[in-house]
Design a protein around this ligand. Structure first.
Ligand SMILES: CC(C)[C@H](C(=O)O)[C@@H](O)C(=O)O
Ligand code: SF4
Length: 468
Protein backbone atom coordinates (compact mmCIF):
# COMPACT_ATOMS: atom_id res chain seq x y z
CA UNK A 1 0.00 0.00 0.00
CA UNK A 2 1.18 3.50 -0.83
CA UNK A 3 2.46 5.25 2.28
CA UNK A 4 3.27 8.81 3.31
CA UNK A 5 6.78 9.78 4.41
CA UNK A 6 5.64 10.13 8.03
CA UNK A 7 4.14 6.63 8.00
CA UNK A 8 7.35 5.16 6.57
CA UNK A 9 9.59 6.73 9.20
CA UNK A 10 7.20 5.74 11.97
CA UNK A 11 7.00 2.09 10.79
CA UNK A 12 10.77 1.79 10.66
CA UNK A 13 11.01 2.75 14.32
CA UNK A 14 8.33 0.59 15.95
CA UNK A 15 9.95 -1.65 18.57
CA UNK A 16 6.73 -2.86 20.18
CA UNK A 17 3.17 -2.93 18.88
CA UNK A 18 0.21 -4.40 20.76
CA UNK A 19 -3.55 -4.25 20.26
CA UNK A 20 -5.17 -1.29 21.93
CA UNK A 21 -1.84 0.20 22.97
CA UNK A 22 0.15 3.03 21.46
CA UNK A 23 3.28 2.01 19.53
CA UNK A 24 6.64 2.10 21.27
CA UNK A 25 9.15 3.85 19.01
CA UNK A 26 12.92 3.84 18.93
CA UNK A 27 14.43 7.33 19.16
CA UNK A 28 17.49 8.13 17.05
CA UNK A 29 18.40 11.51 18.52
CA UNK A 30 17.54 13.20 21.81
CA UNK A 31 18.24 16.92 22.15
CA UNK A 32 18.33 18.43 25.62
CA UNK A 33 18.26 21.96 27.09
CA UNK A 34 18.22 23.43 30.59
CA UNK A 35 14.51 24.17 30.96
CA UNK A 36 12.82 20.79 30.56
CA UNK A 37 15.55 18.39 31.68
CA UNK A 38 16.20 18.90 35.44
CA UNK A 39 13.34 16.73 36.76
CA UNK A 40 14.04 14.11 34.11
CA UNK A 41 17.65 13.66 35.24
CA UNK A 42 16.50 13.77 38.85
CA UNK A 43 14.10 10.91 38.10
CA UNK A 44 16.97 8.81 36.76
CA UNK A 45 19.07 9.65 39.79
CA UNK A 46 16.33 8.57 42.19
CA UNK A 47 15.83 5.32 40.28
CA UNK A 48 19.58 4.68 40.09
CA UNK A 49 19.42 4.44 36.27
CA UNK A 50 22.02 5.63 33.76
CA UNK A 51 21.30 7.41 30.47
CA UNK A 52 20.76 4.49 28.10
CA UNK A 53 22.41 6.06 25.03
CA UNK A 54 24.53 9.08 25.93
CA UNK A 55 25.95 8.86 22.40
CA UNK A 56 22.50 9.69 20.97
CA UNK A 57 21.91 12.51 23.44
CA UNK A 58 23.26 16.04 23.19
CA UNK A 59 22.64 19.13 25.32
CA UNK A 60 23.06 22.85 24.86
CA UNK A 61 22.32 25.95 26.94
CA UNK A 62 19.93 28.32 25.22
CA UNK A 63 16.80 29.60 27.01
CA UNK A 64 18.27 31.06 30.19
CA UNK A 65 21.58 32.34 28.90
CA UNK A 66 22.35 36.05 28.60
CA UNK A 67 23.52 37.19 25.15
CA UNK A 68 26.19 39.61 26.34
CA UNK A 69 28.90 39.68 29.04
CA UNK A 70 29.21 35.90 28.97
CA UNK A 71 32.09 35.91 31.43
CA UNK A 72 29.98 37.47 34.21
CA UNK A 73 28.00 35.05 36.38
CA UNK A 74 24.33 34.78 35.34
CA UNK A 75 22.62 37.46 37.45
CA UNK A 76 19.16 35.92 37.70
CA UNK A 77 19.25 33.16 40.35
CA UNK A 78 16.62 30.96 38.65
CA UNK A 79 18.43 31.06 35.30
CA UNK A 80 21.79 30.48 36.97
CA UNK A 81 20.43 27.43 38.77
CA UNK A 82 18.93 25.99 35.57
CA UNK A 83 22.23 26.28 33.74
CA UNK A 84 24.31 24.96 36.64
CA UNK A 85 21.92 22.03 37.04
CA UNK A 86 22.24 21.12 33.37
CA UNK A 87 26.03 21.21 33.68
CA UNK A 88 26.00 18.93 36.70
CA UNK A 89 23.51 16.53 35.12
CA UNK A 90 25.46 16.27 31.88
CA UNK A 91 28.67 15.70 33.77
CA UNK A 92 27.12 13.09 36.13
CA UNK A 93 25.40 11.18 33.31
CA UNK A 94 28.08 11.51 30.63
CA UNK A 95 26.02 13.60 28.22
CA UNK A 96 27.79 15.86 25.73
CA UNK A 97 27.03 19.51 26.52
CA UNK A 98 27.77 22.71 24.65
CA UNK A 99 27.85 25.38 27.35
CA UNK A 100 27.88 29.17 27.03
CA UNK A 101 31.05 30.31 25.34
CA UNK A 102 31.47 27.06 23.39
CA UNK A 103 31.62 27.44 19.61
CA UNK A 104 28.84 24.82 19.16
CA UNK A 105 26.52 26.41 21.74
CA UNK A 106 23.24 27.86 20.56
CA UNK A 107 19.51 27.29 20.31
CA UNK A 108 19.00 23.53 20.35
CA UNK A 109 17.16 23.50 17.00
CA UNK A 110 19.95 25.39 15.30
CA UNK A 111 22.70 23.24 16.81
CA UNK A 112 21.38 19.78 15.78
CA UNK A 113 21.13 20.50 12.04
CA UNK A 114 24.35 22.45 11.84
CA UNK A 115 26.33 19.60 13.39
CA UNK A 116 24.82 17.18 10.87
CA UNK A 117 23.12 15.30 13.71
CA UNK A 118 19.68 15.91 12.21
CA UNK A 119 19.26 13.52 9.27
CA UNK A 120 16.41 12.27 7.07
CA UNK A 121 14.37 9.32 8.29
CA UNK A 122 15.32 9.76 11.94
CA UNK A 123 13.07 10.00 14.94
CA UNK A 124 14.14 13.05 16.92
CA UNK A 125 12.76 14.31 20.21
CA UNK A 126 13.45 17.18 22.57
CA UNK A 127 11.64 18.60 25.57
CA UNK A 128 10.70 21.56 23.43
CA UNK A 129 7.73 22.24 21.21
CA UNK A 130 9.77 23.62 18.32
CA UNK A 131 11.48 20.27 17.74
CA UNK A 132 9.25 20.22 14.65
CA UNK A 133 12.06 22.27 13.04
CA UNK A 134 14.06 19.10 12.35
CA UNK A 135 11.25 17.75 10.15
CA UNK A 136 12.67 20.01 7.42
CA UNK A 137 15.14 17.16 6.76
CA UNK A 138 12.45 14.47 6.44
CA UNK A 139 12.90 13.42 10.06
CA UNK A 140 9.95 12.67 12.32
CA UNK A 141 10.62 15.17 15.09
CA UNK A 142 8.40 15.66 18.12
CA UNK A 143 8.40 18.01 21.06
CA UNK A 144 7.92 16.06 24.30
CA UNK A 145 7.23 16.75 27.98
CA UNK A 146 9.62 16.31 30.89
CA UNK A 147 8.32 12.88 31.94
CA UNK A 148 8.84 11.70 28.34
CA UNK A 149 12.34 13.20 28.42
CA UNK A 150 13.04 10.95 31.40
CA UNK A 151 11.63 7.92 29.55
CA UNK A 152 13.83 8.57 26.52
CA UNK A 153 16.91 9.18 28.67
CA UNK A 154 16.30 5.87 30.43
CA UNK A 155 15.26 3.67 27.49
CA UNK A 156 15.89 5.50 24.17
CA UNK A 157 12.26 4.70 23.33
CA UNK A 158 8.92 6.44 23.66
CA UNK A 159 5.27 5.43 23.35
CA UNK A 160 3.50 7.66 20.89
CA UNK A 161 -0.18 8.20 20.19
CA UNK A 162 -1.16 7.55 16.57
CA UNK A 163 -1.26 10.54 14.23
CA UNK A 164 -3.17 11.68 11.16
CA UNK A 165 -1.52 13.05 8.04
CA UNK A 166 -2.04 16.44 6.41
CA UNK A 167 -0.53 17.65 3.15
CA UNK A 168 0.06 21.38 2.84
CA UNK A 169 0.85 22.00 -0.82
CA UNK A 170 2.35 25.35 -1.76
CA UNK A 171 2.31 25.77 -5.54
CA UNK A 172 3.88 28.55 -7.57
CA UNK A 173 6.82 30.84 -6.88
CA UNK A 174 7.44 33.32 -4.07
CA UNK A 175 7.76 36.92 -5.23
CA UNK A 176 10.86 38.93 -4.22
CA UNK A 177 10.72 40.07 -0.59
CA UNK A 178 8.36 37.22 0.34
CA UNK A 179 9.83 34.37 2.38
CA UNK A 180 9.28 31.05 4.13
CA UNK A 181 8.08 32.95 7.20
CA UNK A 182 5.28 34.48 5.14
CA UNK A 183 4.31 31.00 3.87
CA UNK A 184 3.94 29.58 7.35
CA UNK A 185 2.20 32.66 8.80
CA UNK A 186 -0.25 32.46 5.89
CA UNK A 187 -0.78 28.71 6.50
CA UNK A 188 -1.52 29.30 10.18
CA UNK A 189 -3.82 32.25 9.42
CA UNK A 190 -5.67 29.94 7.02
CA UNK A 191 -6.04 26.77 9.11
CA UNK A 192 -5.94 28.42 12.55
CA UNK A 193 -3.82 27.67 15.61
CA UNK A 194 -5.78 24.45 16.17
CA UNK A 195 -6.03 23.49 12.49
CA UNK A 196 -3.14 21.04 12.62
CA UNK A 197 -4.19 19.29 15.82
CA UNK A 198 -3.38 15.58 15.76
CA UNK A 199 -1.70 15.83 12.37
CA UNK A 200 1.81 15.42 11.09
CA UNK A 201 1.96 17.99 8.28
CA UNK A 202 3.93 17.32 5.11
CA UNK A 203 4.78 20.52 3.22
CA UNK A 204 5.16 19.92 -0.50
CA UNK A 205 4.81 21.58 -3.86
CA UNK A 206 6.93 23.73 -6.11
CA UNK A 207 7.41 26.62 -3.67
CA UNK A 208 8.55 24.31 -0.86
CA UNK A 209 10.98 22.43 -3.13
CA UNK A 210 12.53 25.76 -4.11
CA UNK A 211 13.30 26.66 -0.46
CA UNK A 212 16.78 26.40 1.08
CA UNK A 213 17.25 24.21 4.17
CA UNK A 214 17.21 27.29 6.39
CA UNK A 215 13.88 28.36 4.93
CA UNK A 216 12.44 24.84 5.20
CA UNK A 217 13.38 24.85 8.89
CA UNK A 218 11.49 28.13 9.32
CA UNK A 219 8.36 26.50 7.88
CA UNK A 220 8.60 23.28 9.90
CA UNK A 221 9.51 25.20 13.07
CA UNK A 222 6.10 26.85 13.21
CA UNK A 223 4.05 23.69 12.50
CA UNK A 224 3.46 23.54 16.21
CA UNK A 225 1.87 27.01 16.09
CA UNK A 226 -0.83 25.47 13.89
CA UNK A 227 -1.27 22.86 16.64
CA UNK A 228 0.37 20.08 14.58
CA UNK A 229 2.29 17.18 16.12
CA UNK A 230 5.14 17.66 13.64
CA UNK A 231 6.00 19.07 10.22
CA UNK A 232 8.03 17.38 7.48
CA UNK A 233 9.54 18.08 4.08
CA UNK A 234 10.79 15.33 1.76
CA UNK A 235 14.58 15.17 1.57
CA UNK A 236 16.03 16.07 -1.83
CA UNK A 237 19.31 17.31 -3.32
CA UNK A 238 19.04 20.54 -1.28
CA UNK A 239 18.90 18.42 1.88
CA UNK A 240 21.79 16.14 0.88
CA UNK A 241 23.99 19.10 -0.07
CA UNK A 242 23.31 20.76 3.28
CA UNK A 243 24.21 17.63 5.25
CA UNK A 244 27.30 16.57 3.30
CA UNK A 245 30.56 17.37 5.06
CA UNK A 246 29.01 18.31 8.43
CA UNK A 247 30.68 16.95 11.56
CA UNK A 248 28.24 14.06 12.14
CA UNK A 249 27.23 13.36 8.55
CA UNK A 250 28.15 9.99 7.08
CA UNK A 251 31.22 10.15 4.83
CA UNK A 252 32.33 8.71 1.51
CA UNK A 253 30.52 5.50 0.55
CA UNK A 254 28.44 5.67 3.70
CA UNK A 255 27.13 9.04 2.59
CA UNK A 256 26.24 7.69 -0.87
CA UNK A 257 24.42 4.75 0.70
CA UNK A 258 22.61 7.06 3.10
CA UNK A 259 21.45 9.28 0.24
CA UNK A 260 19.98 6.24 -1.55
CA UNK A 261 18.12 5.29 1.63
CA UNK A 262 16.95 8.87 2.21
CA UNK A 263 15.56 9.09 -1.32
CA UNK A 264 13.22 6.19 -0.57
CA UNK A 265 11.53 8.14 2.23
CA UNK A 266 9.40 10.27 -0.10
CA UNK A 267 5.66 9.85 0.08
CA UNK A 268 4.62 7.19 -2.44
CA UNK A 269 2.62 8.09 -5.51
CA UNK A 270 -1.03 7.55 -4.66
CA UNK A 271 -0.62 7.75 -0.87
CA UNK A 272 -3.66 9.35 0.73
CA UNK A 273 -3.47 12.12 3.33
CA UNK A 274 -6.22 12.53 5.91
CA UNK A 275 -6.44 16.24 5.08
CA UNK A 276 -5.14 18.53 2.37
CA UNK A 277 -4.57 22.29 2.20
CA UNK A 278 -3.42 24.18 -0.90
CA UNK A 279 -1.81 27.61 -1.11
CA UNK A 280 -0.42 29.56 -4.04
CA UNK A 281 2.94 31.20 -3.38
CA UNK A 282 2.36 33.77 -6.15
CA UNK A 283 -0.46 35.24 -4.12
CA UNK A 284 1.55 35.65 -0.92
CA UNK A 285 2.98 38.95 0.30
CA UNK A 286 4.87 39.87 3.48
CA UNK A 287 2.75 38.80 6.43
CA UNK A 288 2.58 40.33 9.91
CA UNK A 289 0.60 39.43 13.00
CA UNK A 290 -1.66 41.97 14.68
CA UNK A 291 -2.90 39.83 17.59
CA UNK A 292 -1.76 37.58 20.39
CA UNK A 293 -1.58 34.23 18.64
CA UNK A 294 0.33 33.32 15.47
CA UNK A 295 -2.92 32.78 13.54
CA UNK A 296 -3.93 36.42 13.97
CA UNK A 297 -2.00 37.68 10.96
CA UNK A 298 -2.67 39.71 7.81
CA UNK A 299 -0.65 40.88 4.83
CA UNK A 300 1.45 43.95 5.63
CA UNK A 301 -0.63 45.83 3.03
CA UNK A 302 -3.77 45.26 5.08
CA UNK A 303 -5.27 47.05 8.06
CA UNK A 304 -5.82 46.00 11.65
CA UNK A 305 -8.99 43.90 11.29
CA UNK A 306 -12.31 44.92 12.78
CA UNK A 307 -13.47 42.33 15.33
CA UNK A 308 -17.04 42.95 14.11
CA UNK A 309 -16.05 41.41 10.76
CA UNK A 310 -15.76 37.94 12.35
CA UNK A 311 -18.94 35.86 12.20
CA UNK A 312 -17.74 33.39 14.80
CA UNK A 313 -18.42 34.88 18.25
CA UNK A 314 -15.35 33.32 19.86
CA UNK A 315 -13.05 34.63 17.09
CA UNK A 316 -14.67 38.05 17.53
CA UNK A 317 -14.12 38.00 21.30
CA UNK A 318 -10.52 36.83 20.84
CA UNK A 319 -9.88 39.66 18.35
CA UNK A 320 -11.35 42.25 20.73
CA UNK A 321 -9.19 41.00 23.56
CA UNK A 322 -6.09 40.88 21.35
CA UNK A 323 -6.60 44.43 20.06
CA UNK A 324 -6.99 45.72 23.62
CA UNK A 325 -3.77 43.99 24.71
CA UNK A 326 -1.92 45.11 21.59
CA UNK A 327 -3.29 48.65 21.93
CA UNK A 328 -4.35 48.69 18.28
CA UNK A 329 -7.41 50.26 16.63
CA UNK A 330 -9.33 48.46 13.91
CA UNK A 331 -8.72 50.03 10.50
CA UNK A 332 -5.19 51.27 11.22
CA UNK A 333 -2.92 50.36 8.29
CA UNK A 334 -0.39 47.78 9.55
CA UNK A 335 2.33 49.91 7.92
CA UNK A 336 1.59 52.73 10.36
CA UNK A 337 2.22 50.63 13.47
CA UNK A 338 5.33 52.01 15.19
CA UNK A 339 7.69 49.69 17.12
CA UNK A 340 10.28 50.29 19.87
CA UNK A 341 12.25 47.10 19.30
CA UNK A 342 13.22 44.81 16.47
CA UNK A 343 14.35 41.29 17.34
CA UNK A 344 16.15 39.29 14.66
CA UNK A 345 16.90 35.79 15.91
CA UNK A 346 15.40 32.57 17.41
CA UNK A 347 15.15 29.01 16.12
CA UNK A 348 12.66 30.29 13.54
CA UNK A 349 14.88 32.93 11.90
CA UNK A 350 18.29 33.02 13.60
CA UNK A 351 20.25 31.09 10.97
CA UNK A 352 22.98 32.39 8.68
CA UNK A 353 20.67 32.91 5.71
CA UNK A 354 18.28 35.00 7.84
CA UNK A 355 21.15 37.21 8.96
CA UNK A 356 22.42 37.56 5.39
CA UNK A 357 18.98 38.58 4.15
CA UNK A 358 18.55 41.18 6.89
CA UNK A 359 22.12 42.51 6.52
CA UNK A 360 21.59 43.02 2.79
CA UNK A 361 18.61 45.27 3.56
CA UNK A 362 20.28 47.13 6.43
CA UNK A 363 23.64 47.65 4.73
CA UNK A 364 24.46 51.35 4.46
CA UNK A 365 21.30 52.33 6.33
CA UNK A 366 20.67 53.14 9.98
CA UNK A 367 18.25 51.88 12.59
CA UNK A 368 15.51 54.51 13.07
CA UNK A 369 15.76 56.87 16.01
CA UNK A 370 14.04 55.54 19.11
CA UNK A 371 14.24 51.94 17.86
CA UNK A 372 16.58 49.35 19.29
CA UNK A 373 17.47 46.38 17.17
CA UNK A 374 18.79 43.17 18.66
CA UNK A 375 20.49 40.77 16.28
CA UNK A 376 21.00 37.43 17.98
CA UNK A 377 22.59 34.56 16.06
CA UNK A 378 20.97 31.16 16.59
CA UNK A 379 24.33 29.65 17.48
CA UNK A 380 27.94 30.66 18.01
CA UNK A 381 28.79 28.95 14.71
CA UNK A 382 26.28 31.20 12.99
CA UNK A 383 27.92 34.18 14.69
CA UNK A 384 31.36 33.06 13.58
CA UNK A 385 30.21 32.65 9.99
CA UNK A 386 28.36 35.97 10.03
CA UNK A 387 31.46 37.73 11.30
CA UNK A 388 33.59 36.07 8.63
CA UNK A 389 31.19 37.49 6.04
CA UNK A 390 31.27 40.93 7.63
CA UNK A 391 27.59 40.83 8.64
CA UNK A 392 28.24 41.71 12.28
CA UNK A 393 29.90 44.93 11.12
CA UNK A 394 26.92 45.75 8.94
CA UNK A 395 24.53 45.41 11.89
CA UNK A 396 26.75 47.38 14.24
CA UNK A 397 27.38 50.15 11.70
CA UNK A 398 23.60 50.53 11.37
CA UNK A 399 23.28 50.91 15.14
CA UNK A 400 21.98 47.41 15.96
CA UNK A 401 23.23 45.33 18.90
CA UNK A 402 25.14 42.26 17.72
CA UNK A 403 24.81 39.68 20.46
CA UNK A 404 25.96 36.19 21.45
CA UNK A 405 23.83 33.10 20.72
CA UNK A 406 20.70 32.09 22.62
CA UNK A 407 16.90 32.17 22.66
CA UNK A 408 17.18 35.79 23.77
CA UNK A 409 14.06 37.88 23.27
CA UNK A 410 12.09 35.00 21.77
CA UNK A 411 10.84 34.46 25.31
CA UNK A 412 11.20 36.21 28.66
CA UNK A 413 13.51 33.72 30.36
CA UNK A 414 16.71 35.77 30.15
CA UNK A 415 17.71 39.45 30.36
CA UNK A 416 16.58 40.31 26.78
CA UNK A 417 13.00 41.41 27.36
CA UNK A 418 10.45 44.03 26.37
CA UNK A 419 9.30 46.41 29.07
CA UNK A 420 5.57 46.70 29.78
CA UNK A 421 3.86 48.49 26.87
CA UNK A 422 6.82 48.14 24.51
CA UNK A 423 6.14 46.87 21.01
CA UNK A 424 8.38 44.71 18.87
CA UNK A 425 8.70 43.39 15.35
CA UNK A 426 10.11 39.94 15.99
CA UNK A 427 11.30 37.12 13.75
CA UNK A 428 10.39 34.57 16.44
CA UNK A 429 7.37 32.28 16.45
CA UNK A 430 5.06 33.25 19.32
CA UNK A 431 3.23 36.51 19.99
CA UNK A 432 1.39 35.42 23.13
CA UNK A 433 0.65 37.99 25.84
CA UNK A 434 3.85 38.65 27.79
CA UNK A 435 5.91 36.26 25.66
CA UNK A 436 8.81 38.71 25.23
CA UNK A 437 8.45 40.25 28.67
CA UNK A 438 5.49 41.19 30.86
CA UNK A 439 3.18 43.63 29.08
CA UNK A 440 5.25 43.47 25.87
CA UNK A 441 3.51 43.49 22.49
CA UNK A 442 4.82 41.31 19.67
CA UNK A 443 4.32 41.43 15.90
CA UNK A 444 5.69 38.32 14.20
CA UNK A 445 7.51 39.11 10.96
CA UNK A 446 10.07 37.76 8.48
CA UNK A 447 13.75 38.80 8.56
CA UNK A 448 13.05 41.04 5.53
CA UNK A 449 10.25 42.86 7.33
CA UNK A 450 12.29 43.01 10.56
CA UNK A 451 15.18 44.72 8.77
CA UNK A 452 12.99 47.19 6.88
CA UNK A 453 11.02 47.94 10.06
CA UNK A 454 14.22 48.69 11.96
CA UNK A 455 15.11 51.31 9.35
CA UNK A 456 11.68 52.96 9.06
CA UNK A 457 10.49 52.51 12.64
CA UNK A 458 7.05 51.31 11.51
CA UNK A 459 6.14 47.86 10.17
CA UNK A 460 7.61 47.87 6.66
CA UNK A 461 8.77 45.73 3.79
CA UNK A 462 12.06 46.20 1.90
CA UNK A 463 10.07 47.71 -0.99
CA UNK A 464 9.10 50.61 1.33
CA UNK A 465 12.77 51.50 1.72
CA UNK A 466 13.23 52.29 -1.95
CA UNK A 467 11.30 55.51 -1.36
CA UNK A 468 13.68 56.63 1.41
C1 LIG B 1 10.90 26.40 27.35
C2 LIG B 1 10.38 25.43 26.32
C3 LIG B 1 9.78 24.28 27.01
C4 LIG B 1 9.46 26.11 25.32
C5 LIG B 1 8.88 25.16 24.28
O1 LIG B 1 8.54 24.02 24.53
O2 LIG B 1 8.72 25.53 23.15
C6 LIG B 1 10.17 27.25 24.61
O3 LIG B 1 11.23 26.81 23.84
C7 LIG B 1 9.21 28.03 23.79
O4 LIG B 1 9.52 28.33 22.65
O5 LIG B 1 8.13 28.38 24.31
S1 SF4 C 1 14.36 30.28 20.25
FE1 SF4 C 1 12.34 30.57 21.07
S2 SF4 C 1 11.05 29.04 20.14
FE2 SF4 C 1 13.17 28.44 19.83
S3 SF4 C 1 13.59 27.06 21.51
FE3 SF4 C 1 14.24 29.12 22.14
S4 SF4 C 1 12.45 29.96 23.21
FE4 SF4 C 1 11.74 28.17 22.07
Amino acid sequence: MARTMAEKVWEEHVVRRADGEPDLLYIDLHLVHEVTSPQAFEGLRLAGRPVRRPDLTIATEDHNVPTQDLLAPIADPVSRKQVETLRKNCSDFGVRLHPMGDIEQGVVHVVGPQLGLTQPGMTIVCGDSHTSTHGAFGALAFGIGTSQVEHVLATQTLTMAPFRTMAVTVDGTLRPGVSAKDIILAVIAKIGTGGGQGYVIEYRGEAIEALSMEARMTVCNMSIEAGARAGMIAPDQTTFDYIEGRAHAPRGEDFEAAVERWKSLRTDEGAVFDAEVVLNADELSPFVTWGTNPGQGVPLDAEVPDPASYDDPSARAAAEKALAYMDLTAGTPMREVRVDTVFLGSCTNGRIEDLRTAAEIIRGRTVAEGVRMLVVPGSMRVKEQANAEGLGEVFEAAGAEWREAGCSMCLGMNPDQLKPGERSASTSNRNFEGRQGRGGRTHLVSPQVAAATAVRGTLSSPADLAAL
